[in-house]
Design a binder for this molecule. Structure first.
Ligand code: GLV
Ligand code: MN
Ligand code: MN
Length: 410
């Protein structure tokens, strides 16, 4: 069994990095906070006896050799970046559990055939640039230098943020892993939903991952005097945007399985006595079924265009990122199921509503995930919580599943 106290202590130590008054953390990619988190994780990896390196996008790896150093490695891990005011488990649990697995193998003198690598991916969340999974896309070889143009609120592009950290955008190709270099990717993560809690189960086997499309919607009306402009003569950009936000809620709800969120709103000029002339909304739309999601997206955009036309408000939209839902590998799911059974846990299948780095890796290697129960399903929130017992249970499942996958012959 893994060392519960060590895992819990490391989770608490990492929660100090980028800690907010709210109790949560803010660690955006390529910032001092994210760097400090990776430095701390480096020290944990070294303590675990792992060989540490960073690739061209800042992905951090700790490697434990197998009997056959040329065999494809089993990769386990997650991310240490966070959303603004995020919780302490989303990402860190998977990275620290991965280190715990490798360290336990080391302490027990366990020899695996395949190497085991622990990864802390760069920018899973996509918070800073509204474009995420930078590290896992690069690992999969699907990220081009041209895609490093999105800017943060201060107008700094991904490429410039990388340069500020001493990374070379022109060399991201070097982070790509060759086909057949990885035997599997397995990530332990909190569920971030209520399914396991409602089933009274500590651990679940992930069947697939729903995928988001992220869009920016821009509404252009006419700025005017709030006191002198009669209602029927207005072209109020915010009134149009508000109607569209309601349409997002209606269409996602009507589809049943889809979820749609407007999480950002920018109003210009932004005066209490000024009719808004320009508004930007963000749209996050997801489904485990890509066809359903895209149909909902079409409906929203069609209704948005029609209502803007009626209001005399300009409407433009661009895609920020579009991901594809994935199914988890039967091989990896089988290893997770066997690990659960070995530990006397009921195996329970569920899909992920949140996006994860594994989505980017399905073209590279078999991908799987283990979920543990989240208190009240709360996540992307300082109140995010999973118990010490559930973190330990999930890490033990990760240990046995990783051992199984890493013990297989090539
Ligand atoms: C990341 O957590 C996401 O699902 O957006
Ligand atoms: Mn996460
Ligand atoms: Mn997250």
């Amino acid at each position: 069994m893994v060392d519960v106290e060590r895992l819990w202590r490391r989770l608490s130590d990492l929660a100090e990095v980028g800690k907010q008054e709210s109790g949560g953390v803010t660690r955006l990619s390529f910032t001092d906070e994210e760097r400090a988190a990776k430095d701390l994780v480096t020290s944990f990896m070294e303590d675990a006896g792992l060989l540490v390196r960073e690739d061209a996008t800042g992905n951090l790896f700790g490697r434990r050799e197998g009997k056959d150093p040329d065999a494809p490695a089993v990769l386990v891990g997650s991310h240490v970046d966070s959303v603004v005011g995020g919780g302490n488990f989303d990402g860190p649990l998977g990275v620290l559990a991965g280190i715990e697995v490798a360290q336990t193998m080391e302490e027990r003198g366990v020899e695996t055939v395949r190497p085991v690598e622990v990864v802390a991916f760069t920018d899973e969340e996509g918070t800073r640039f509204s474009f995420g999974m930078i590290g896992s896309r690069a690992l999969a070889g699907t990220l081009s230098e041209e895609e490093l143009k999105p800017e943060d609120e201060a107008g700094i592009s991904i490429a410039d943020a990388m340069r500020d950290r001493g990374l070379h955008p022109g060399r991201i190709g070097e982070a790509a892993r060759p086909q057949d270099s990885l035997a599997a990717y397995l990530e332990l993560h909190i569920e971030q939903g209520r399914v396991l809690e409602s089933e009274d189960l500590p651990v679940g086997v992930v069947t697939g991952i729903a995928a988001p499309v992220w869009r920016r919607l821009v509404f252009t009306g006419e700025t005017g005097h709030a006191g002198t402009t009669p209602m029927k003569l207005r072209r109020d950009a915010l009134a149009a945007a508000a109607e569209v936000a309601a349409v997002v809620e209606q269409e996602a709800s009507a589809a049943g399985s889809s979820v749609g969120t407007v999480g950002q709103l920018g109003v210009e000029p932004g005066g209490i006595n000024i009719i808004p002339g320009r508004v930007e909304l963000s749209l996050d739309l997801r489904d485990i079924d890509e066809g359903t999601r895209d149909l909902v997206e079409d409906r929203i955009l069609k209704r948005a265009r029609a209502l803007c036309e009626r209001r005399g408000v300009g409407f433009e939209t661009e895609v920020l990122q579009r991901m594809t839902p994935v199914s988890c590998s039967e091989t990896v799911r089988g290893a997770v199921r066997a690990a659960c059974e070995g530990l006397g846990l009921r195996t329970y299948d569920l899909a992920s509503g949140a996006a994860h780095d594994g989505m980017q890796l399905v073209g590279l290697c078999p991908v799987g995930m283990i979920f543990i129960r989240s208190k009240d399903g709360v996540s992307h929130n300082p109140e995010e919580w999973s118990s010490k017992e559930d973190c330990t249970g999930g890490t033990n499942v990760l240990y046995h599943a990783t051992l199984d996958l890493a013990s297989r012959q090539r």
